[in-house]
Design a protein around this ligand. Sequence first.
Ligand SMILES: [Zn+2]
Length: 153
Amino acid sequence: MINIFATDIEIMKQEAIQSYPRECCGLLLGKIYNFQKQIVKIVPTENDWENQKDLFAQLDDKLTRQCEDSFSINPLTILQIQKQARQDNLDIMGIYHSHPNHDAIPSAFDTKFAWSMYSYIIMSVKEGSVENVRSWILNESRQFVEEDLQIEV
Ligand SMILES: [Zn+2]
């Protein structure tokens, strides 16, 4: 289970709408409280896909060519955010991104390059508005399974 504040969901949704028809992305910072993930801060990041897609193509050309669009967060950005998070006694708990004109279900590309332990919150954006928000996590077989997403008002 992952808990997130409604105000943070709203910020993510606004990012998704502003980025449309491109994907937005960002990091989810939080802590484990009572054996549950509690997201306390979200950090929108640049989508670095245009700069990184050649690198992904080297790793998996076929999958990368299938992507009309995707998202990628610059590793240096992740390190900088992680450093700041540690000072605030928080951890990176996951990543959010949007799926313009697609459902809130991980793509084959998402699955291939996902990090285990991270929660992946995906927003489906259709005709410029957010239709659905779902959270996913990899199981032991590296398949995504849906995670219960609790929105706290
Ligand atoms: Zn995706």
